[in-house]
Structures are given as structure tokens and as C-alpha cells.
Design a protein around this ligand. Structure first.
Ligand code: NAD
Ligand code: USQ
Length: 387
């Protein structure tokens, strides 16, 4: 299969590109390296040292004998998108390439506007290029579990059947996202759903939970192929960030009470889910939604797990409850369906102490690279700023 991976220089995209290439698919990466630029803007970095994309791709060819094509460019530039789609003619277009940090989107007006323009316009350009040039191509779009928010009823996979005033219909599941970033994903979902209806586009929206862990077999096979490891207060996410905090003698920062419960997934399962979606494409005109997570955890439970495993490595982290910088429920019902990827054959890697220990060891090995001043939460949801 010919698979175009947009965002293939990022945390999920790079291991996915390697994994698909290792499975024998022909892979082409599109990325504008903006993620590396946001690190510079924020004075942070990946905890692991990462090579630039040309170096990564060249090393992959040396070690595996397999070629990955790439072209740098911005998906909000429609000429670039049309050019790569026309040149590569993908069977599947995997779209990871968005600004994906909720705190980044809440910094101020300009970051909110940037996030929504970058994400919504990039996605529209991709839909148009597929619709016009390769209408059979399957769009595999990374959405987020955060599109649903935390409703007081079970979360279904994309749709819910509702009875109202004696009539019944199956409708898109209600969306209650918690940041301008998460809202951008809702806008994308609506746009793709509409394109499926009007043009017969085939699409799968993967509502992914928080991704943890960092290595896959391919990224671990050579230091030049290493994946990024985000730990700072803007791009770092719950479990990986807690491991970096514990490994570097900093506090594990649980926001508020820590009862916030989310879906989580190991990066080794992310890459497999993409392959499962690609191998089992949606029908023409179908807007298919899968919830891409393997288990639910509260933030406090994760913090406690990291603290426990850290002690076995002679680390002595404090778990602290910080005033929550976000506006979110800290005690709530959460039960989300996630059977559709399992039905396609996903065999989940569930979180265990061994994985946490491995993450702590990676973080300890690289702790001199950490910028500790970037651990503290710096963005406040409650205060709009003009900028
Ligand atoms: P990332 O920031 O590491 O990677 C995204 C990549 O896209 C970067 O390499 C960036 O340079 C590129 N990009 C962004 N805007 C672009 C544009 N306009 N043109 C070209 N390239 C652009 O993010 P990630 O963690 O790998 O996430 C990938 C996708 O998965 C995102 O859409 C995100 O919303 C989704 N997701 C991530 C997580 C998670 O925990 N990391 C969880 C759920 C969903
Ligand atoms: N949290 C803490 N302490 C921290 C960091 C976060 O308690 O130091 C809490 C947050 O308040 C939140 C939860 O942990 O309740 C998750 O926050 P996060 O930063 O780990 O993840 P989030 O902002 O939800 O975003 C991440 C990715 C995003 C993806 C989303 C999946 O950055 O791209 O869409 O996970 S989901 O959460 O399912 O929407």
C-alpha cells in the first residue's frame, strides 16, 4: 500500500512511518518541522536527542534497506498539498500534522487562532486534494478522545442512537471539548463527515487517547532513529511527563484532585492501530469513527504508579497537587467504548511497571538535557489575553 504520513517527523508520526515501512508499505512523509520550531519558541526540547528528518530517513535506508520519501512543506499551503498528493498518489493518507497541545492553544488569542487555522485549513486542503486527485484514497485522520469531553453517560464510538419525542435516529455523539485545540479536532470531524456525505470520501476518524511510552522496535533499533520525548508544561503529556519529573528530582505535578480520567494508549499500539485502519478501509462515503485507546486511568493513579516504580530505582519523587490551571472536571463519570480496533485485531500493550521503569531509565539517562523551568504549568485557561 502507498501511505502518505503527514506529520511524519512528530512523536506519533515518525514511529508510524517506520512501522509501516517495516511492514512493506511504501511510505512518504510530509511535514514542515513546525513542532521543532515550537520547542524553540517555548525554550524547551525533546528529552531524547532527535536527528533531523533527512538524517533519520537516510539511516533507516542504511539499516533496513527500505526507502521513505519525504517533502517538507506546510499543509495550509494548498499548492504543496496538491503537489504531494498528485506526485505520490496515496492509497491511504494518514493525517497527524496538527498543532496538538491544549495548553499551547490556550496561551493567548494568537495561539488559539494559529491552532485553529493550522489544523482546520490543513485538513480542508487534504480533503480537497484527495477528493479531486485520488478519490479512492482512504483518509485516516487523528482526532482525540477529548472531542467528547466528560459526559455523565457512556461514550460511544462516534455515534449515539437517540429516541426523542417518539422518533429515533443515530447521530454524531455530542462534543464537549476542553480547549481551543480540542475544538479544532471537532471542527475537523464535522468537515470530514460532510465531505464523506457530499463527495463520497472514505474516512476514519481515530479519536485517540493520551499516548504514553516513547520507543517502538524500529525507533529503538538505532540512536539516530530515536523518537521524541516531550516533558515540558505545554507539550509534555501525563505519564511521560511524570516520568521525566521523577527521574530529574522534580515534583510529580497532579493538577487539582487528580480524579480527571482519560483514555490512554501505548505508542506501540498507536502504530498498529494505524496499520489496522489502513488495511481495513472505510467504504466510499463512510465517516467511520474509532476510539483509539486501550485503558482508562485517572491522573492521580498514574502519578502514584510512577512514584512507586521510581522508588525501586532509588528516586524519591514527591507527588504534589497543584492548583489546576485548566477548567475541567476533577471528579466525574467516565466510561468510553473502544471495541472496534480490538475487533480488527489490536492486541493491546497494557500499562505495567516494566513500561514505567523503561521510561524512567530513558529519562534518567537524558536528565542533563532537561530544562526544569519548563515543568511548571504556565498557561491559565481562565484568563483571555489579547496578543
Ligand atoms: P507532534 O507535534 O509530535 O507531531 C505533529 C507533526 O505535525 C510535527 O512534526 C509537526 O511539525 C507537523 N505539523 C504540524 N502542523 C503542520 C503543518 N501545517 N504542515 C506540515 N506539518 C505540520 O504531535 P503528535 O503527538 O505526534 O500527535 C500527532 C497527532 O495525533 C496530532 O493530530 C494529535 O492531535 C493526535 N493525538 C496525539 C496524542 C498524543 O498524546 N500525542 C493523543 C491523541 C491524539
Ligand atoms: N495533567 C496533570 N498534570 C500534568 C499534566 C497534565 O494533572 O502535569 C492532567 C490535565 O489537567 C488533564 C490530563 O492530565 O486532566 C491530561 O493532560 P495531558 O496534558 O496529558 O493531555 P491533553 O492535554 O489531554 O492532551 C494530550 C495530547 C493531545 C491529545 C489528548 C488526548 O497533547 O494531542 O489530543 O492528549 S485526550 O486527552 O484524550 O483528549
Amino acid at each position: 500500500m502507498r501511505v502518505l504520513v503527514a506529520g511524519g517527523d512528530g512523536f506519533c508520526g515518525w514511529p508510524t512511518a517506520l512501522y509501516l515501512s517495516a511492514q512493506g508499505h511504501e511510505v512518504f512523509i510530509a511535514d514542515n518541522y513546525s513542532r521543532r520550531g515550537w520547542d524553540e519558541e517555548l525554550g524547551t526540547n525533546s528529552l531524547t536527542e532527535i536527528s533531523d528528518l533527512p538524517t533519520r530517513v537516510a539511516r533507516w535506508q542504511e539499516t533496513s534497506g527500505r526507502e521513505i520519501g519525504y517533502a517538507s512543506g506546510d499543509l495550509t499551503d494548498e499548492r504543496y498539498v496538491y503537489e504531494i498528493v498528485d506526485r505520490f498518489r496515496p492509497d491511504a493518507f494518514v493525517h497527524f500534522a496538527e498543532q496538538r497541545s491544549a495548553p499551547y492553544s490556550m496561551i493567548d488569542r494568537s495561539h488559539a487562532v494559529f491552532t485553529q487555522v493550522n489544523n482546520v485549513v490543513g485538513n480542508l486542503n487534504i480533503m480537497y486534494a484527495i477528493g479531486e486527485i485520488v478519490p479512492e484514497c482512504h483518509l485516516i485522520k487523528l482526532g482525540t478522545m477529548g472531542e467528547y469531553g466528560t459526559p455523565n453517560i457512556d461514550i460511544e464510538e462516534g455515534y449515539i442512537t437517540i429516541e426523542h419525542n417518539g422518533r429515533t435516529d443515530t447521530l454524531p455523539y455530542p462534543k464537549q471539548p476542553g480547549s481551543f485545540y480540542h475544538l479544532s479536532k471537532v471542527h475537523d470531524s464535522h468537515n470530514i463527515h460532510f465531505a464523506c456525505k457530499i463527495w463520497g470520501l472514505r474516512a476514519t476518524d481515530l479519536n485517540q487517547g493520551v499516548v504514553y511510552n516513547v520507543e517502538t522496535d524500529e525507533t529503538a533499533s538505532d540512536p539516530v532513529l530515536a523518537n521524541r520525548f516531550d516533558y515540558d508544561g505545554i507539550f509534555g503529556t501525563a505519564l511521560n511527563r511524570f516520568c521525566a519529573q521523577a527521574a530529574s528530582g522534580n515534583d510529580i505535578t497532579v493538577y487539582g484532585g487528580g480524579g480527571q480520567t482519560r483514555g490512554f494508549i501505548d505508542i506501540r499500539d498507536t502504530v498498529r492501530c494505524i496499520e489496522l485502519a489502513a488495511n481495513n478501509p472505510a467504504e466510499r462515503g463512510e465517516f467511520r469513527v474509532f476510539n483509539q485507546f486501550t485503558e482508562q486511568w485517572s491522573v492521580l493513579e498514574l502519578g502514584q504508579l510512577v512514584a512507586k516504580v521510581a522508588q525501586t530505582l532509588d528516586l524519591e519523587p514527591n507527588l504534589v497537587h497543584l492548583e489546576n490551571p485548566r477548567v475541567e472536571k476533577e471528579t466525574h463519570y467516565y466510561k468510553a467504548a473502544n471495541t472496534r480496533l480490538i475487533d480488527l485485531g489490536l492486541k493491546p500493550h497494557l500499562l505495567n511497571e516494566e513500561t514505567v521503569e523503561k521510561l524512567l531509565l530513558i529519562a534518567m539517562e537524558n536528565r542533563d538535557r532537561i530544562h526544569p523551568e519548563t515543568f511548571a504549568p504556565q498557561v491559565n485557561w481562565r484568563k483571555p489575553h489579547y496578543k
